[in-house]
Write a protein that binds this ligand. Sequence first.
Ligand code: ZN
Length: 324
Amino acid sequence: MPLKAELHCHIEGAAAPELVIRQAQKYGKDTSPYIQNGSFVWHDFTSFLAAYDFSADLFRTEEDYARLADHYLTSLARDGAIYSEVFTSPDHAIRAGLSPKAYTDALGEGMLRAKAKTGIEGRMIVTGVRHVGVESIEQAARFAARCGNPLVTGFGVAGDERMGEMEDYVRAFEIAREAGLGITIHAGELTGWETVQAALDHIRPSRIGHGVRAIENPDLVRRIADEGIVLECCPGSNIALKVYESFADHPFPALQAAGCKVTLNSDDPPYFWTSLKREYDIAAEHFAMNEKALAAVTKTAIEAAFVDRKTKTALLARLNGPAR
Ligand SMILES: [Zn+2]
């Protein structure tokens, strides 16, 4: 089994059905409209959001969030992952009635529990949400910059790409950059190559969340390759959301062949009926990647990780170590 690393996963979207069922029992809620036969059920964007919000609402206390991070990272480690970055969302904390600080520290506590059991390293990327608005994104950046949790190492923007313009977020990203945080932004998923170009022009991230629609502009693909921008690709998510009809239509192999740095990620895994392990399996099956090629993807992810030099060196040493 190849060692794995993940850079793009939304923690609220990572709650496994069995954990959601346990939380629903705790809070006396009925999961049957949203979970059937151990899987989330949804059929369009509205029912997807309904299932997502139902589950997110079952994480309310610090212990709930610690359990969520612990559960997810432990399951990742079981599938061979040695490193995990998750997107956190202060907006979710506020909705749950927790302070962003209590929420972030609780997730960090869960990550440390998973590390104690399995050795997996975890870090957090605080995100602002586009459809909540520019002010909340700047607030999230200010929080990320001064929250003081050592596991917060990045800042990003997620949410509906069709809302707002990249220029609107320049200030938020400057706050994060000045604080020494790594920078990533969702672009080129539901919108075309233009948002990827705008992100590179205005935000100057080292990584792009998704970015696959860059394939529609060969000059842009060349720029991504030349500048060494890392793409956080999520093929299973793209198919579930019908960005592409089938894996045969997915541009992952073409981007890679053009010299772009690509990684494999699960995004909101149980909602898209995937997992990090399944993403590696998809790449093996549909993109003709052998063990060596998959190991190279993991190496790309670790090299692009928002983590201190010492930890990065230790992780790379684990990749080069004896096969398990
Ligand atoms: Zn995402």
